[in-house]
Design a protein around this ligand. Structure first.
Ligand SMILES: NC(=O)c1ccc[n+]([C@@H]2O[C@H](COP(=O)([O-])OP(=O)(O)OC[C@H]3O[C@@H](n4cnc5c(N)ncnc54)[C@H](OP(=O)(O)O)[C@@H]3O)[C@@H](O)[C@H]2O)c1
Length: 288
């Protein structure tokens, strides 16, 4: 039996749907309604009690504050979710001979010298990356551990408020011109691709650290032009700010992964952003 935290989240929904036909799975959420059970993971006693009650064979910890700006606004919650809750899960798994899968991020790197392999030295530039990295270290008390680092997620969702694609289309429909930086490289990865790769790793009981993403980099400006094009809007509604991203928390410039390990394992290939947009277009349109 698998216990999945963050099951109501953007990636969590895809993991839940992909794993459910194969493994018994219980999806934990917090405020979202699309989950089997709700728990505030910053309540560490309640988390430990839940683990003792359910005794899962594998815990997948996907819940997070994944917006670096929100981490600045809510540093205590970022630390609780990314570090303290991870430590409780890792210690419980260690003490009960169970498996932990921790979903982490490319933002553990500073983005100055890509590509980053699993042996590259992390050096986060914001609190989100710092706390996620500290969570990785806390997880290491568990011997049966997989840490899967991810890059930017996109795809279908029944929670459009969590999706940058859904939000962009809404604004484009209103006829708004949008401005984005053409500087920071992103590696948008279809969450259904990620979930399939995680399922394969689960079947193999793979342990260690692995990087996974769409290999092709693209800036926000290019991404939103591609979205406009795919959804029938004029790509010229998207403008280049001519500046690096102006956001509260610093962003690493280019966290491209070295995907040699991923490829060597024969794991499912990632779709390009353009292929992914074509695959999700009808479902996204229907959900708007
Ligand atoms: N999304 C990305 O672009 C991206 C990129 C790289 C890595 N990642 C990593 O991928 C993982 C999944 O991210 P995501 O995209 O699914 O994030 P998300 O859409 O923002 O979802 C976050 C999840 O965390 C849950 N959560 C938040 N606060 C909680 C609390 N106090 N107690 C319990 N649960 C809480 C949310 O529950 P409710 O919604 O029910 O409140 C939700 O299920 C994260 O570990 C993130 O670091 C994501």
């Amino acid at each position: 039996m698998i216990l999945l935290t963050g099951a109501s989240g953007f990636l969590g929904q895809h993991i839940y749907k992909t794993f459910r036909p194969v493994y018994p799975i219980l999806g934990l959420g917090h405020s979202g309604s699309n989950c089997d059970r709700k728990l505030d993971l910053s309540d560490l006693k309640a988390l430990k009690d839940l683990l003792d009650e359910l005794k899962p064979d594998t815990v997948i910890h996907s819940a997070a504050l994944r917006d670096p700006d929100e981490c600045l606004r809510r540093p205590e919650m970022a630390k609780a979710l990314h570090i303290d809750a991870t430590r409780v899960m890792a210690e419980w798994c260690r003490d009960n001979n169970k498996r932990l899968v921790l979903i982490s991020t490319d933002y553990v790197f500073n983005g100055k010298n890509p590509p980053y392999s699993e042996t590259s030295e992390p050096d986060p530039v914001n609190l989100y990356g710092e706390t996620k990295l500290a969570g990785e270290l806390a997880a290491k008390v568990c011997p049966d551990l997989l840490i899967a680092r991810q890059s930017l997620q996109y795809g279908t969702t029944d929670r459009p408020e969590l999706s940058f694609i859904h939000k962009a289309i809404k604004l484009l429909k209103e006829g708004r011109q949008l401005e984005f930086d053409n500087v920071q490289m992103r590696f948008p990865s279809l969450s259904s691709d990620v979930a399939k790769a995680l399922l394969e790793l689960e079947k193999r009981h793979y342990t260690g650290l692995i990087h996974m993403s769409n290999p092709k980099g693209i800036t926000r400006y290019q991404m939103y032009r591609a979205i406009a094009d795919a959804f029938g809007f004029d790509p010229d509604m998207i403008k280049d700010t001519g500046k690096p991203p102006q956001l509260s928390a610093s962003r690493p410039a280019d966290c491209r992964f070295d995907l040699t390990l991923y490829m060597s394992l024969g794991l499912p290939p990632f779709h390009s952003f353009e292929e992914g947009l074509a695959m999700i277009r009808d479902e996204v349109k229907a959900s708007l």
